[in-house]
Design a binder for this molecule. Sequence first.
Ligand code: ADP
Ligand code: MG
Length: 297
Amino acid sequence: ATPSAILAATGAGAKKGILIKSGQYLESADKIDEILLDKTGTITSGQMRVAKIITFNGESKAGLLKTAAGAETGSEHPIAKAIVSYATENGIETEKYSQMNLHAGLGIEAESESSKVFAGNIHFIKNSGIRVSEDVHQKTDEMSNSGITSVIISRNNEIIGILGIEDTIRPESAETIETLEKMGIKNISMLTGDNEAVAHSISKKCRIKDENVYSGLLPAQKREMVESLQKNGMTVCFVGDGTNDGPALAQADVGVGIGSRENTVALETSHVVLLRNGLKSLADFIRLGKRTTKIIK
Ligand code: ADP
Ligand code: MG
């Protein structure tokens, strides 16, 4: 590898907002067999918003939001940001909790002297020992089927409501996936901690094959998927936003982070950071790697 070719390529990348931490990643880019894409914040914008509010057991919407937003102040997840900003925009004061406990890829637990709150997906609520009624199941399924992520909120062992959180697919996602296929990448998959129905509603919009969609994955399981592909001799590129996918980004042969002004997590854990244009720059990076490797050879 000639240092000058690598230097030229990293310089060219930087101009396009592609931060390449070491020349070795340009060489790996030429060998990529598999691209694994995280869903939230990578294929989608991660700019989530509250789209639906359902309350149970006589709870008021304001009461539900006060509790939910209070608990979510302990999380940096795009879901948490959506809930907190929705409450703020609607002039709802958030409840104060003295203890917060984050469960990556599941939800959050918050506690004050008078109450204990869980906010997260259905598995998280069930595993926290809370009884989930048929009605809650049905409402959650309905949301999932229309691509909305449901956050269930319980206070003192009783479910008080569900917040439906909507994400938008990045306009360039479908186009980029097509470009990557044309560049000869064998397999392009989507990984997510979200449930199967939501995962499929997103994958359908961006040309990812049904058999390449993996849902309900915890951060450690995303990493394990990368590792098992590597054991089969594959060069793996994982693309994520750093939220709940840090271990997978670090494990990958090339961990590509989607960066932004608000998101510095991706900067720390990944090998390559796309500072502008999200997923669109991924094809540019791989092209740059291919070109540089040809010069090196
Ligand atoms: P993705 O893989 O799509 O980026 P994550 O692994 O970040 O998703 O999260 C997986 C799931 O865990 C979410 O879809 C949501 O149901 C739940 N979850 C994670 N963080 C939170 C939170 N702060 N509040 C509520 N639910 C959460
Ligand atoms: Mg994520």
